[in-house]
Design a protein around this ligand. Sequence first.
Ligand code: SAM
Length: 275
Amino acid sequence: MATPIGNLADFGLRAQATLRGVEAVAAEDTRVTRRLLAHYGIAKRLIPVHEHNERRAVDSILALLRDGRSVALTCDAGTPAISDPGALLVAAARAAGFQVTPVPGPNAAIAALSVSGFGAPHHLFYGFLPARAAARRRALAGLAHLPYILVFYEAPHRVEECVSDLREVLGEKRRIVIARELTKLFESVHACTLAEAADWLAADPLRRKGEFVLIVEGAAETTAAEDAGQRALEALLGELPLRRAVDLAARITGGKKNELYRLALELRKGMGNRE
Ligand code: SAM
């Protein structure tokens, strides 16, 4: 079940009733969930289920379920199993034949997306990028051509380097929304271009504190299609006659043959120049 991402008042009636009704709560951090329970005057047995013990905890929770008891699953903030532990327990419970029911509620990514103002119909929730710069840039290179809004979680001590890599790999023109401390006292939602984001963060140490969701515009549709066509042609032209390469590139990417043909002629010229 989902729990608040900051503001304890964001905890629905069904979520409260569920907590009151279960025998036990499997909690990522029992101290955090105990605070939530105390806020609503609920006392329950708490079972720790975090990334280091999830496998072991699953067995004891399945034993409770077999005993006819009901168990709620919470993480520290937001929805379990979304960049948080929980998926293993959910899968094991379902595989053992128990009903697993979502109790929906807060999620930082969706909250940020809803105030991003980006109207594109599709988004890709990525979660945390790799912590190391080289791996992060590789991951971003794999996302650079996608025509989807990109949604990232980021830790405060990495937000500046992350924003700098976003600019370097995705280009400085795309817009970013930096959603910080959502639902909390110092909530801020700032929209700018990737060219401006680093300066905005640097201008005030408070802007680099707290919890972040970064939302970045996707590649323009035409750019994504053109890039796919170009990548296909670059691979095929080295192996096949021009017309055959264009035919295949059109089938692979869904691109227009006449445009791919023009592009192939240019690429071939470039290749000729290199030889
Ligand atoms: N399961 C959670 C959910 O449903 O949103 C996400 C858990 S993940 C371990 C924690 C990350 O979510 C934080 O590092 C931050 O990127 C994002 N996050 C959580 N609460 C937030 C908030 N109030 N404002 C902005 N981002 C938040």
